[in-house]
Design a protein around this ligand. Structure first.
Ligand SMILES: [Cu+2]
Length: 365
């Protein structure tokens, strides 16, 4: 009887846990990730942090994450105010680092490793400077592709990352016009102030221009979004993620397909422009929207799953240049990643390719 009950409960667990074709690929690669963890000299199973999908977090977990993000957005900046007069908060420090390096971290050999380290550094600040005990949640694009506006991430409730912007007459440059375009109306980030940029706004009417050409002047304004399913329902479905993972036989093909920003659009730009607005649609300033980190955690998870399909051959490999404008030469595994004010240490790209080596010790649920 007891055994029958146990089996029933297990069945129930299996039936209620979210799983899809992408998580099946995770399962397929899990043994090699476990083996890599055993080889790690810095990370052990008992120290491993587990990142989860927003939809799988309890209301209390979501609120704890939101509270920590609000703390980062209200703690003082550590940057030199003479150089970065617009960086008022610790949150802005991250935005400034991204703005400064935009041309050397996108379409380049370090795209994946740089953004992995950056997202991790943010998770560290939430934990070490804002008393957060949880991990960086991710946004599984495929799970909510049919209607991101009603997803628990963007439904505008007090356990969401706030919802869509007010519906205004506008034009979008990178996506069909959605149902918003104006200031977000509800949820925890309703009163958040965006301070830096814009530099490359993808919406019209554009936000007010920054007082400085480099975008580092103080330019307080609301967070605007134009969330819609126009891109997600075509380009960031579970089948699109699966096809990206299964059809990319080398890292060049994987990262380039992911970063396509035309027609078709890859999951990277697809996610950014599903949120759209200001600053989410701004190539330089996009981390100014707090949903950025959920999106990039999913980029990171997708990379990890791709690596895990053939870990031996997909760990210590990069491809591409050092600048998206060309010049600077070919990126090398020995190149250093420096996040300046938002991370203590510089690491080599080769030390950032495994989620259980170098500074990292985490996994995905
Ligand atoms: Cu970026």
């Amino acid at each position: 009887m007891k055994i029958a009950m146990l089996c029933f409960n297990l069945l129930l667990l299996v039936a209620t846990a979210y799983g899809d074709a992408v998580s099946n690929l995770w399962d397929k690669g899990k043994a090699s990730l476990d083996a890599q963890l055993l080889k790690s000299t810095t990370c052990t199973k008992d120290k491993l942090l587990v990142r989860r999908e927003w939809g799988d977090l309890s209301a209390a977990d979501r609120k704890a994450y939101i509270k920590a993000v609000l703390c980062v957005t209200t703690s003082p900046s550590k940057l030199d105010p003479a150089k970065y007069p617009g960086a008022k908060t610790r949150y802005d420090d991250f935005v400034a680092v991204h703005i400064n390096q935009t041309m050397s971290i996108h379409g380049t050999g370090n795209f994946l490793s740089w953004h992995r380290y950056y997202t991790w550094a943010y998770e560290q600040v939430l934990r070490n400077e804002c008393g957060y005990n949880g991990t960086q949640p991710y946004w599984d694009w495929g799970r909510w592709a049919a209607n991101p506006e009603t997803s628990p991430i963007f439904d505008g409730s007090d356990t969401s990352m706030s919802g869509n912007g007010e519906k205004i007459t506008h034009q979008s440059f990178m996506a069909p016009v959605g149902n918003g375009g104006g200031c977000i109306q509800s949820g925890p980030f309703k009163n958040m102030t965006v301070n830096l940029g814009p530099i490359s706004p993808a919406i019209s009417p554009a936000p007010p221009a920054n007082p400085r050409r480099d975008g580092f002047g103080y330019n307080p304004r609301c967070l605007r979004r134009d969330i819609s399913n126009a891109l997600s329902s075509r380009y960031t479905r579970t089948e699109d993620i699966v096809s990206l993972i299964n059809n990319s036989n080398n890292v060049a093909s994987f990262q380039d397909t992911m970063q396509l920003a035309g027609n078709p659009i890859g999951v990277h730009a697809g996610g950014h422009f599903t949120i759209a607005g200001d600053p989410a649609g701004d190539f330089y300033v996009s981390p100014g929207d707090p949903a950025f980190y959920l999106h990039h955690a999913m980029i990171d998870r997708t990379w990890t799953i791709w690596q895990a399909q053939d870990l031996q051959n997909r760990l210590q490999v990069i491809s591409g240049g050092r600048s998206m404008m060309g010049g600077g030469g070919t990126a090398a595994l020995t190149d250093e990643v420096n996040l300046y004010s938002v991370a203590v240490k510089k690491w080599k790209v080769s030390e950032l390719v495994s989620i259980t080596d170098g500074p990292f010790c985490y996994t995905y649920a």
